[in-house]
Ligand binder design. Structure first.
Ligand code: TRP
Length: 459
């Protein structure tokens, strides 16, 4: 047995701690950096509508399924499958998650590094009176410059490892509880400033008015990938966090609150960004630089902009940090429990090996442009493959496992805390994870990859 029986397993200490940590994982660059730019590239309102549909119908049930696996087994993403389905291929789902953690953390720490640079710029008043063109140009120069983004990325990885090293209660839980609510307040203030800019209405129309002609197989797959990415599902992060959740918590309610908070922040980020995009004449499909260009423009236009820029980038960095720790925790928990390494050693090995891929990812933005395939550099590839392929695939396997491999009674017992409350949603949940979610994920997946177009339909 690879489990150390001498020390009790670490866990979250309170209900608020559970929600803050899981919401801390979910809410991050995915909401504020990725959501607006992916929505911008995929048509705005129609994308938002499909995205919300996926969150409700597939995202919440997948999240609950991860919690079920994690809390039931009290194990890491691989160990959990080993315990429930020994001598089967199911643990491979856990390994898929470990690989996804490498991919995600590599590009995610690149962007997290950008947020540190922008925090630094905010402190040194570096956005003052710049045009959209010069902000765009400066972002491009910085992004492709190699050494500087690399430095920030490694600082960020170090911070992530530091918290994970400290464990659950005194690391992850402690930091997330205070910081997430503060982020919400700032985004609301930014949203208000953005919608009161002259010409803001066009941005709100873009975000909220669906144009159904924009929907293609690729748009639908992007919406699915984004919903999984934003909720942190499909790769065992929430199996791992679920394994630290106490037996008295209501898993269904937790999944619902976390998903609601995550969606709210994404929409608010859209409200803060799109009106400004149109007001300042930036293209909504500007790509990965979108927030780093639009938000500084807003700050420059508002009273107290210096102060708001500063706390915004501080909080964005923190939101990113509460997400990166949740990804690193997947690999750390695996190494420490399955290979019996001890948390500290496991953290160091996980962080440093992921950092190697991270360096390649940051360098692929410019200096190592040869690291690209078909017009996509390594960064784009890792982002696309993890969000649009690995997470949906992982999510599919997770719902199939809980829906068909585990017994109905075991699943109902877990979501009702052994029958302590009714869990009236349980039949709907079972129907979704057995039929609706697997069929929908498989269809969207194949359609988005252009599979059905060989039959003459599809995109
Ligand atoms: N959800 C986080 C965000 O939106 C990123 C993240 C954390 C994540 N853990 C994950 C994404 C696990 C996918 C899988 O920023």
């Amino acid at each position: 047995m690879a489990i150390n029986l001498n020390t009790p397993r670490d866990s979250f200490s309170s209900r608020l701690g559970v929600i803050a940590a899981a919401a801390g994982s979910a809410i991050g660059l995915g909401n504020i950096w990725r959501f607006p730019y992916v929505a911008g590239e995929n048509g705005g309102g129609a994308f938002l509508l499909i995205y919300i549909g996926f969150i409700v119908l597939i995202g919440v049930p997948v999240m609950l399924s991860e919690f079920v696996i994690g809390r039931n087994t009290q194990r890491n993403a691989v160990g959990a499958f080993r315990k429930l389905a020994p001598k089967s291929l199911w643990p491979l789902t856990g390994f898929l998650g470990i690989s996804a953690a490498f991919f995600i953390l590599a590009f995610y720490t690149t962007v997290s590094g950008w947020t540190l640079e922008y925090l630094y710029l905010a402190i040194s008043d570096g956005f003052k009176a710049q045009s959209a063109e010069s902000l765009t140009q400066n972002f491009e120069l910085f992004r492709t410059s190699g050494l500087r983004p690399l430095m920030w990325q490694n600082i960020f990885m170090f911070l992530t490892a530091f918290i994970v090293y400290k464990g659950i209660k005194n690391g992850i839980e402690k930091y997330t509880k205070i910081l997430m609510p503060l982020l919400l307040v700032i985004i609301i203030i930014l949203g208000i400033r953005s919608v009161t800019l002259p010409g803001a209405a066009e941005g709100l129309t873009f975000l909220f008015k669906p144009d159904f002609t924009k929907i293609t197989g690729k748009v639908i797959l992007e919406a699915l990938g984004q919903s999984f990415f934003s909720l942190s599902i499909g790769m065992g992060t929430l199996i791992t966090y679920g394994s630290y959740i106490g037996k008295g918590e209501n898993l269904g309610k937790t999944a619902l609150s976390v998903s609601a908070a995550d969606t709210l922040i994404a929409i608010l980020a859209g409200v803060a960004i799109f009106p400004a995009v149109f007001a300042f004449g930036i293209a909504p499909e500007a790509g990965a630089g979108l927030v780093f260009i639009t938000l500084p423009m807003i700050f420059d236009q508002m009273a107290g902009g210096y102060f708001f820029a500063l706390i915004f980038f501080l909080l964005l960095s923190i939101a990113a940090l509460t997400s990166t720790i949740s990804v690193l925790e997947v690999v750390t928990a695996y190494l420490s429990e399955e290979l019996n390494l001890g948390r500290k050693k496991a953290t160091v090995i996980a962080a440093s090996s992921i950092a190697v891929l991270g360096v390649a990812c940051t360098m692929s933005q410019g200096p190592w442009a040869i690291l690209s395939v078909g017009g996509y550099n390594l960064f784009d590839l890792l982002e696309m493959v993890s969000a649009n392929i690995m997470l949906p695939l992982g999510g599919l396997l997770i719902v199939l496992f809980v829906g068909w491999y585990l017994t109905k009674d075991a699943v109902f017992a877990e979501i009702s805390n052994q029958g302590k409350f009714k869990a009236g949603f349980k039949f709907a949940y079972l129907f979704i994870i057995r039929f609706l979610a697997p069929i929908a994920i498989a269809f969207v997946f194949l359609n988005g990859l252009g599979f059905f177009s060989i039959f003459g339909s599809g995109n």
